[in-house]
Design a protein around this ligand. Sequence first.
Ligand code: 13P
Length: 249
Amino acid sequence: MRRKFIAGNWKMHLLPPEARALARAVKELAAGLPQVDVAVAPTFAGLAAVAEELKGSRVGLAAQNCHWEIQGAFTGEVSAEMLRALGATHVIVGHSERRQLFGETDETVNKKTHAAHRAGLKPIVCVGETLAEREAGRTLEVVERQVRGALREVAPERMPQLTLAYEPVWAIGTGKVASPAQAQEVHARLRELLGELYGRGLASEVRLQYGGSVKPDNVKDLMAQPDIDGALVGGASLKADSFAALLRM
Ligand code: 13P
């Protein structure tokens, strides 16, 4: 049985003291909800303050990106090892905003996934189609390409630590959530694909999050789908009361 996993992606929001205060509220909430796994992803600037707040708690700390090298002349980049040293437990890789706005490719997503594993971080690997791709009937083909690319040469023993997040680009920050049936269709295909790549046993262990306009009023129906094991949430994770409603589903 896969445990539900709700992660808040705070994107480029919240100053460090604000992030810390929200992390404190999430920590207190999560303490009373032991059946659900929880993580928050502050900006790089907020990581240290949030790490201090979350120390000893059951809330995971995710970075929103990493570089694939351990160190070097890469101005402006941060390695997975550095994130780990700050107290991160997870790292989001391949978010659609990074793919669309910052040139992330299937190849760099794959390198970052390997880097996360090397550093002992659990990757949350994001995939998802654009509106044009969905309207052209290419959704499953696109996410399959992204998953195969991201997981190239990722060893089976790494897979239980990895989370795959399906985030249709047209649903992110738009208020247009995928219907539970639309999301489940893609999740079922992702699970099947993981089965082809790693065998059905491992595929049944990997958690698949849905992301894109998840809100307190739609989370329950999404989470009721057989292959949706959690959510990667942007806007609704920025306030303690809506985060609480998400966790209580
Ligand atoms: P919203 O929940 O704001 O649509 O963002 C989703 C997302 O991109 C999470 O990574």
